[in-house]
Design a protein around this ligand. Structure first.
Ligand code: MN
Length: 498
């Protein structure tokens, strides 16, 4: 089978779900999971999906996906029950009575997100807004929604073409970018590839054909390289968890092809070699070993461990010249970084059982976006917001070493407002890496920025609107301009009443 296909289990059963959980969490109490399955099965009763399967197959597959991500049993249980309030006569209250507050809260969240339909830009804004609000309330709801969508995409062939297109387009436009922003690489990749087929069928066929044509030859070559590196790692006594080839996903390959004259020969990472080590320090040791064997391509060594991507991705990347002038990309990371790269934010809920840290279910940047998402009314606002979330991000440091995550080309004024609205209001100048710069100078990742504050300053300059990049800064500047005007009118009008 083509290595990217990742179909849902055929004939899934409750036993498969239980064994998936049991494998990852031998201590887990499976009684509630079994009860939730029986509860959902009874509630959905004789319902049949468009595919002709009993309805319960859908929530079951959703729950299996969540269990594979090693999420805690409450999330899996909510996955089993996610369509019950929407599609049956059973209420959230009954779910709460049987499975507790937390599960009921998750199911209610998924129900609130509702059955999203992509119908032009207004719906798009509405849906995006709903997603942000849900994310701000509890990220776990969005993760269940992803698993739900994944199974719907797997069974999309049974729907009418118009509906297929809508669901797939919405997945590409909303779900996949958000999954990416949450660092859920595996989820993002699957959502994209499953939708790609329906949104751009011709392009999909073309890319898939190209890969099938080149795959075997490159795979044989990658296997040679793998043997060479395995041997060298043994010689150097580096303990690795695994060395394996990873095939680039179709949609991301398609986007890369568009940037490279549609020429697959120019794509170096169609298959990359991924080395998972057991100890973080070994990442750098392995990098050294690779560079001793093969010469690295200049400018292609990327240390995402020291400087993670904005979505949290950590790895070392390098591209090297191997034999016969071929180039191969290596990705090196430890096991924890690997799980993070695959599951992103969802990986944080994997350790509850060992009593590990329970991270916030509310991320600050997500709640910021939710507030902004709530105010989007027009296409232009939406464009701004999309730039904030989906564009490349840069990291800027305060003189004390705190990190701010900003969109590309953000300026010292954006930075000032990101630190605090008061700093933005009184911003009078900026020092970047110890040199005074103009306030509209685009910042670069790694810059250390110090804002020079003028305490006598009453507010931001209206002309900053012309160059700031974040919606946050724009809104605060506008608000201030409005308020000044209102104050001015108030002052100018004779006081009434009193
Ligand atoms: Mn569903």
């Amino acid at each position: 089978m083509y290595p990217l296909d990742n179909p849902p289990p055929t004939n899934p059963t409750i036993d498969l779900l239980l064994s998936t959980i049991g494998e990852k969490r031998p201590q887990a109490d499976l009684t509630m999971v079994r009860l939730a399955y029986e509860f959902a099965e009874t509630a959905h009763g004789g319902q049949i999906r468009k595919s002709g399967e009993p309805y319960i197959i859908h929530p079951l597959c959703t729950a299996i996906t969540l269990a594979e991500m090693n999420l805690d049993p409450n999330i899996v249980i909510a996955g089993l029950l996610h369509d019950v309030p929407e599609d049956t006569s059973v209420t959230i209250e009954e779910i709460e009575k049987n499975f507790g507050k937390d599960v009921a809260h998750l199911v209610a969240g998924v129900t609130k997100l509702g059955k999203i339909k992509y119908r032009g830009i207004e719906r798009y804004i509405e849906n995006l807004r709903k997603m942000f609000v849900a994310m701000a309330e509890d990220i776990r709801v969005v993760i269940i929604k992803f698993a739900d969508r994944l199974h719907n995409l797997h069974t999309l062939e049974h729907l009418a073409p118009k509906k297929q297109y809508r669901v797939a387009l919405e997945t590409l436009e909303i779900f996949a970018p958000i999954a990416n922003r949450l660092g859920m690489g595996e989820m993002k990749g699957q959502l994209e590839d499953l939708s790609f087929k329906y949104v751009y069928p011709k392009e999909y066929a073309w890319v898939r054909g190209l890969v099938e044509e080149h795959y075997e030859q490159r795979e044989a070559y990658i296997n040679e390289i793998k043997t060479a590196i395995d041997l060298e790692l043994q010689k150097e006594h580096v303990v690795v968890h695994s060395v394996h080839g990873r095939l680039k996903r179709l949609y991301s390959l398609y986007q890369k092809l568009l940037k490279h004259d549609k020429n697959i020969e120019k794509i170096n990472d169609l298959i990359a070699l991924r080395i998972i080590v057991t100890d973080l320090a070994d990442c750098y040791a392995v990098l050294g070993i690779i560079h001793k064997l093969w010469r690295p391509l200049p400018g292609r060594i990327k240390d995402y461990i020291a400087q993670p991507k904005p979505n949290g991705y950590q790895s070392l990347h390098t591209t090297v010249f191997c034999d016969h002038g071929t180039v191969v990309e290596f990705q090196i990371r430890d096991m924890q970084q690997h799980l993070n790269a695959e599951y992103g934010i969802a990986a944080h809920w994997s350790y509850d059982e060992e009593g590990g840290v329970r991270p916030d279910r509310q991320l600050k940047w997500v709640s910021d976006l939710a507030i902004e998402g709530d105010t989007i009314q027009r296409l232009k606002d939406l464009d701004n917001l999309k730039i904030d979330i989906f564009q490349n991000r840069i990291f800027i440091f305060t003189p004390k070493g705190d990190v701010m995550d900003l969109p590309e080309n953000a300026t010292p004024v954006d930075f000032a407002f990101a630190v605090h609205s008061q700093i933005g209001n009184q911003c009078a100048g900026a020092r970047v890496n110890d040199r005074i710069v103009s306030l509209d100078q685009p910042l670069k990742s790694g810059d250390v920025v110090e804002i020079i504050v003028d305490k006598s300053k009453k507010g931001p300059s209206a002309d900053w609107i012309g160059f700031v990049k974040t919606t946050h800064a724009k809104q605060l500047i506008k608000q201030h301009a409005k308020r000044t005007l209102a104050d001015w009118i108030k002052m100018a009008l004779p006081s009434r009443g009193k």
